[in-house]
Design a protein around this ligand. Structure first.
Ligand code: NAP
Length: 291
């Protein structure tokens, strides 16, 4: 089994952005700004928001932190987005999903100016992605493309199974893989897929994003397969200080003696997601500065 470390790829991309930040500092330009909005206190969301803040600060971006109680009104949230859309110091706006019950996620995401939509979830960005136009690529699939490219994993003419069809992972992932220049042959699976095994078995690359541990095990792939495990599942574990551990959607130990390449959880795709958010924020900044 070959372990595809996300950390190595993350550090590689990080160096690229750090270099650009040094160039900005030499010119004395303003720095990129990212606004992150969290509604409620979901523990996983709190962790994601903290990671984003730490990454922003370590790069020298300006970080604007906004928090609402779970019982805040949607209008308050929309008002804030309107203000951030107009704020020249803010290049990117991110609303941490999922929102608590009662919020209309589509309406909220739609309200973000597409030029500041660094998560790439707005219909304008999704439309651009599907048409192969310049856009903000959703961070998780974008990070996966970086991993494939860094490790020299060929996609041209390859068969890829994407297991999961969510708007934030599965669908944009499939769109990227089938785009011109990437040129994979893609099968997208969901819970109605009758039998995953024959599909994953004939695939050169399998991308698993189901949120269900054990979705893919070693009996479901052929030798030489590249496996990207997107899953991030908290499993109760009393031996851990926090009372849980993180596992992916793949049965990682089952691949130990197989001739496959696989991303670990943690230490794989998750690190790239935060990194690509910074890449998108830098891109939004450059566009707004007319570069
Ligand atoms: P989601 O919105 O719940 O979507 C899960 C998808 O998987 C659905 O399309 C579902 O099908 C499909 N699915 C579930 N079980 C399946 C099975 N046995 N066979 C085939 N398809 C199956 O989840 P998500 O937001 O895409 O996230 C997926 C996982 O990735 C979660 O663990 C999440 O925490 C993780 N994640 C990680 C990152 C990261 O940075 N590493 C980022 C985002 C998400 P239906 O549509 O039919 O229900």
């Amino acid at each position: 089994m070959r372990r595809l470390s996300g950390k190595i790829v993350r550090d590689h991309v990080l160096e690229r952005i750090k270099k650009k930040m040094q160039e900005l500092a030499l010119k004395g330009d303003r720095v990129p700004g990212l606004a992150v909005i969290l509604v409620g206190s979901d523990p996983a969301s709190e962790t994601y928001v903290r990671n984003k803040r730490e990454m922003c600060l370590s790069l020298g971006f300006v970080h604007f932190d906004y928090r609402f109680d779970e019982d805040a009104s949607q209008d308050e949230l929309l008002d804030l987005i309107d203000r951030l859309n107009e704020d020249d110091r803010v290049d990117g706006i991110l609303v941490q999903l999922p929102l608590p019950k009662g919020f209309d996620e589509n309406m909220v995401i739609n309200r973000i100016n597409p030029d500041k939509d660094v998560d790439g979830f707005s219909p304008a960005n999704v439309g651009r992605l599907s048409q192969g136009q310049d856009c903000f690529i959703p961070c998780t699939p974008y990070g996966i493309m970086e991993i494939l490219s860094f490790y020299g994993i060929e996609t041209d003419g390859k068969r890829v199974a994407v297991v999961g069809r969510s708007n934030i992972v599965g669908k944009p992932m499939a769109m990227l893989l089938m785009s011109k220049g990437v040129d994979a042959t893609v099968t997208v699976c969901n819970t109605h897929t009758k039998d995953l095994r024959p599909i994953t078995m004939e695939s050169d690359i399998v991308i698993v994003a189901t949120g269900r541990p054990g979705t893919l095990d070693a009996s479901m792939v052929k030798d030489g397969t590249t496996i990207i495990d997107v899953g991030m599942n908290r499993i109760e574990d009393s031996t851990k200080e926090k009372g849980f551990r993180l596992v992916g959607d793949c049965d990682y130990p089952s691949f130990k003696d197989r001739d496959v390449s696989i991303t670990p959880v943690p230490g794989g795709v998750g690190l790239m997601t935060v990194m690509m958010l910074m890449v998108n924020t830098f891109k939004a900044y450059e566009r707004r500065m007319g570069r």
